[in-house]
Ligand binder design. Structure first.
Ligand SMILES: CC(C)(COP(=O)(O)OP(=O)(O)OC[C@H]1O[C@@H](n2cnc3c(N)ncnc32)[C@H](O)[C@@H]1OP(=O)(O)O)[C@@H](O)C(=O)NCCC(=O)NCCS
Length: 164
Protein backbone atom coordinates (compact mmCIF):
# COMPACT_ATOMS: atom_id res chain seq x y z
CA UNK A 1 0.00 0.00 0.00
CA UNK A 2 1.32 3.39 -1.04
CA UNK A 3 1.05 6.28 1.43
CA UNK A 4 0.81 9.82 0.11
CA UNK A 5 1.61 12.53 2.62
CA UNK A 6 2.98 16.06 2.89
CA UNK A 7 6.73 16.50 2.50
CA UNK A 8 8.65 17.03 5.74
CA UNK A 9 12.16 18.47 5.88
CA UNK A 10 13.53 15.11 7.05
CA UNK A 11 12.44 13.70 3.65
CA UNK A 12 14.78 15.98 1.72
CA UNK A 13 17.78 13.59 1.46
CA UNK A 14 15.49 10.89 0.01
CA UNK A 15 13.70 13.36 -2.26
CA UNK A 16 16.97 14.82 -3.53
CA UNK A 17 18.29 11.31 -4.24
CA UNK A 18 15.24 10.84 -6.50
CA UNK A 19 15.34 14.29 -8.11
CA UNK A 20 19.09 14.51 -8.68
CA UNK A 21 19.47 11.74 -11.30
CA UNK A 22 16.31 12.92 -13.09
CA UNK A 23 17.55 16.51 -13.30
CA UNK A 24 21.16 15.52 -14.15
CA UNK A 25 19.90 13.35 -17.05
CA UNK A 26 18.44 16.41 -18.80
CA UNK A 27 15.73 14.38 -20.55
CA UNK A 28 12.50 15.28 -18.77
CA UNK A 29 12.76 18.59 -16.87
CA UNK A 30 14.11 21.95 -17.99
CA UNK A 31 16.03 22.48 -14.74
CA UNK A 32 19.72 22.97 -15.61
CA UNK A 33 21.35 19.52 -15.38
CA UNK A 34 24.06 21.03 -13.16
CA UNK A 35 21.46 22.45 -10.73
CA UNK A 36 22.74 22.63 -7.14
CA UNK A 37 21.02 20.85 -4.28
CA UNK A 38 20.01 24.22 -2.76
CA UNK A 39 18.49 25.39 -6.05
CA UNK A 40 16.59 22.14 -6.39
CA UNK A 41 15.29 22.49 -2.84
CA UNK A 42 14.12 26.01 -3.63
CA UNK A 43 12.37 24.91 -6.83
CA UNK A 44 10.78 21.73 -5.45
CA UNK A 45 10.03 22.68 -1.83
CA UNK A 46 10.26 26.44 -1.21
CA UNK A 47 8.57 27.97 -4.27
CA UNK A 48 5.60 25.55 -4.58
CA UNK A 49 2.46 25.88 -2.49
CA UNK A 50 2.90 22.27 -1.35
CA UNK A 51 5.16 19.27 -1.84
CA UNK A 52 4.22 15.64 -1.27
CA UNK A 53 5.92 12.26 -1.06
CA UNK A 54 4.70 8.77 -1.92
CA UNK A 55 6.01 6.17 0.54
CA UNK A 56 6.29 2.39 0.61
CA UNK A 57 4.86 0.51 3.61
CA UNK A 58 8.25 0.61 5.37
CA UNK A 59 8.41 4.37 4.89
CA UNK A 60 10.88 4.55 1.98
CA UNK A 61 10.18 7.51 -0.30
CA UNK A 62 9.37 6.23 -3.80
CA UNK A 63 8.21 9.43 -5.45
CA UNK A 64 7.52 13.11 -4.98
CA UNK A 65 5.49 15.91 -6.51
CA UNK A 66 4.93 19.63 -6.06
CA UNK A 67 1.79 21.71 -6.52
CA UNK A 68 1.73 25.45 -7.26
CA UNK A 69 -0.28 28.06 -9.11
CA UNK A 70 0.74 28.10 -12.76
CA UNK A 71 0.26 31.87 -13.04
CA UNK A 72 -0.23 34.71 -10.55
CA UNK A 73 -3.43 36.69 -10.14
CA UNK A 74 -6.06 36.06 -12.77
CA UNK A 75 -4.39 32.79 -13.85
CA UNK A 76 -3.90 31.48 -10.34
CA UNK A 77 -6.94 29.16 -10.44
CA UNK A 78 -4.89 26.90 -12.73
CA UNK A 79 -2.24 24.84 -10.97
CA UNK A 80 0.98 23.23 -12.11
CA UNK A 81 2.60 20.06 -10.78
CA UNK A 82 5.86 18.19 -11.30
CA UNK A 83 6.31 14.49 -10.52
CA UNK A 84 9.37 12.24 -10.20
CA UNK A 85 9.47 8.55 -9.25
CA UNK A 86 12.59 6.66 -8.15
CA UNK A 87 13.86 4.51 -11.06
CA UNK A 88 13.46 1.25 -9.13
CA UNK A 89 9.82 2.13 -8.28
CA UNK A 90 8.71 3.06 -11.81
CA UNK A 91 6.02 1.15 -13.68
CA UNK A 92 4.09 0.28 -10.52
CA UNK A 93 1.51 3.03 -10.51
CA UNK A 94 3.31 5.47 -8.21
CA UNK A 95 2.98 8.42 -10.60
CA UNK A 96 -0.62 7.46 -11.37
CA UNK A 97 -1.41 7.56 -7.64
CA UNK A 98 0.48 10.85 -7.16
CA UNK A 99 -1.32 12.49 -10.07
CA UNK A 100 -4.75 11.40 -8.81
CA UNK A 101 -3.78 12.65 -5.33
CA UNK A 102 -2.59 15.97 -6.77
CA UNK A 103 -5.89 16.50 -8.58
CA UNK A 104 -7.83 15.98 -5.32
CA UNK A 105 -5.41 18.28 -3.46
CA UNK A 106 -5.76 20.90 -6.19
CA UNK A 107 -9.56 20.88 -6.06
CA UNK A 108 -9.43 21.05 -2.26
CA UNK A 109 -7.23 24.13 -2.52
CA UNK A 110 -9.63 25.84 -4.94
CA UNK A 111 -7.82 25.21 -8.24
CA UNK A 112 -10.07 24.63 -11.25
CA UNK A 113 -7.60 23.16 -13.75
CA UNK A 114 -4.12 21.67 -13.98
CA UNK A 115 -1.53 22.57 -16.64
CA UNK A 116 1.75 20.91 -17.53
CA UNK A 117 3.84 23.47 -19.37
CA UNK A 118 6.66 21.45 -20.90
CA UNK A 119 6.00 17.72 -21.27
CA UNK A 120 8.89 16.50 -23.37
CA UNK A 121 7.48 14.74 -26.43
CA UNK A 122 10.05 11.94 -26.19
CA UNK A 123 8.97 11.18 -22.60
CA UNK A 124 6.48 8.64 -23.91
CA UNK A 125 5.67 7.04 -20.58
CA UNK A 126 4.72 10.43 -19.11
CA UNK A 127 2.68 11.53 -22.14
CA UNK A 128 0.75 8.23 -22.17
CA UNK A 129 0.17 8.37 -18.42
CA UNK A 130 -1.11 11.95 -18.41
CA UNK A 131 -3.46 11.15 -21.29
CA UNK A 132 -4.74 8.13 -19.39
CA UNK A 133 -5.42 10.46 -16.45
CA UNK A 134 -7.53 12.75 -18.63
CA UNK A 135 -5.04 15.39 -19.75
CA UNK A 136 -5.18 16.69 -23.31
CA UNK A 137 -2.32 17.96 -25.45
CA UNK A 138 -3.54 21.50 -26.13
CA UNK A 139 -0.43 22.59 -27.96
CA UNK A 140 2.93 21.52 -29.31
CA UNK A 141 5.95 23.75 -28.75
CA UNK A 142 8.28 23.04 -31.67
CA UNK A 143 11.78 22.09 -30.51
CA UNK A 144 11.18 23.87 -27.17
CA UNK A 145 13.22 21.36 -25.12
CA UNK A 146 16.97 20.88 -25.50
CA UNK A 147 17.21 17.16 -24.71
CA UNK A 148 20.60 16.11 -23.35
CA UNK A 149 20.86 13.18 -25.80
CA UNK A 150 18.50 14.02 -28.65
CA UNK A 151 18.98 17.76 -29.05
CA UNK A 152 16.02 20.03 -29.77
CA UNK A 153 12.73 18.12 -29.41
CA UNK A 154 9.08 19.18 -29.26
CA UNK A 155 7.32 19.71 -25.95
CA UNK A 156 3.61 19.53 -25.18
CA UNK A 157 1.38 21.78 -23.12
CA UNK A 158 -1.08 19.42 -21.42
CA UNK A 159 -4.23 20.55 -19.66
CA UNK A 160 -7.11 19.16 -17.65
CA UNK A 161 -10.11 21.01 -16.26
CA UNK A 162 -10.79 19.73 -12.75
CA UNK A 163 -14.08 21.58 -12.31
CA UNK A 164 -16.56 21.26 -15.17
C1 LIG B 1 7.10 9.63 -15.88
C2 LIG B 1 7.13 9.00 -14.50
C3 LIG B 1 6.74 10.08 -13.47
C4 LIG B 1 6.13 7.85 -14.47
O1 LIG B 1 6.16 7.28 -13.18
P1 LIG B 1 5.69 5.76 -12.90
O2 LIG B 1 5.49 5.64 -11.44
O3 LIG B 1 6.63 4.85 -13.56
O4 LIG B 1 4.31 5.75 -13.64
P2 LIG B 1 3.14 4.67 -13.40
O5 LIG B 1 3.70 3.38 -12.96
O6 LIG B 1 2.11 5.30 -12.55
O7 LIG B 1 2.57 4.55 -14.83
C5 LIG B 1 3.44 4.11 -15.82
C6 LIG B 1 2.89 2.88 -16.42
O8 LIG B 1 2.90 1.80 -15.49
C7 LIG B 1 1.59 1.19 -15.50
N1 LIG B 1 1.28 0.64 -14.21
C8 LIG B 1 0.47 1.15 -13.28
N2 LIG B 1 0.37 0.33 -12.23
C9 LIG B 1 1.16 -0.73 -12.49
C10 LIG B 1 1.47 -1.91 -11.81
N3 LIG B 1 0.95 -2.18 -10.60
N4 LIG B 1 2.36 -2.76 -12.37
C11 LIG B 1 2.89 -2.48 -13.58
N5 LIG B 1 2.61 -1.38 -14.29
C12 LIG B 1 1.75 -0.52 -13.76
C13 LIG B 1 0.70 2.33 -15.80
O9 LIG B 1 -0.55 1.84 -16.28
C14 LIG B 1 1.48 3.01 -16.86
O10 LIG B 1 1.34 2.26 -18.02
P3 LIG B 1 1.51 2.88 -19.42
O11 LIG B 1 2.98 3.02 -19.61
O12 LIG B 1 0.89 1.91 -20.34
O13 LIG B 1 0.77 4.22 -19.37
C15 LIG B 1 8.52 8.42 -14.15
O14 LIG B 1 8.94 7.61 -15.24
C16 LIG B 1 9.59 9.44 -13.85
O15 LIG B 1 9.77 9.86 -12.71
N6 LIG B 1 10.32 9.88 -14.91
C17 LIG B 1 11.35 10.91 -14.75
C18 LIG B 1 10.72 12.28 -14.44
C19 LIG B 1 9.56 12.60 -15.37
O16 LIG B 1 9.60 12.32 -16.54
N7 LIG B 1 8.50 13.23 -14.80
C20 LIG B 1 7.34 13.64 -15.59
C21 LIG B 1 7.61 14.89 -16.34
S1 LIG B 1 6.23 15.38 -17.35
Amino acid sequence: MLTLRSFEQRDWPSVWSILEPAFRAGETYAFPPQISEAEAHEAWVEVPAATFVACAPGGAVLGTYFLKPNQPGLGSHVCNCGYVVAPEAQGKGVAYAMCEHSQREAVGRGFRAMQFNLVVSTNERAVRLWKKLGFTVVGTLPRAFRHARLGFVDAFVMYKELIA
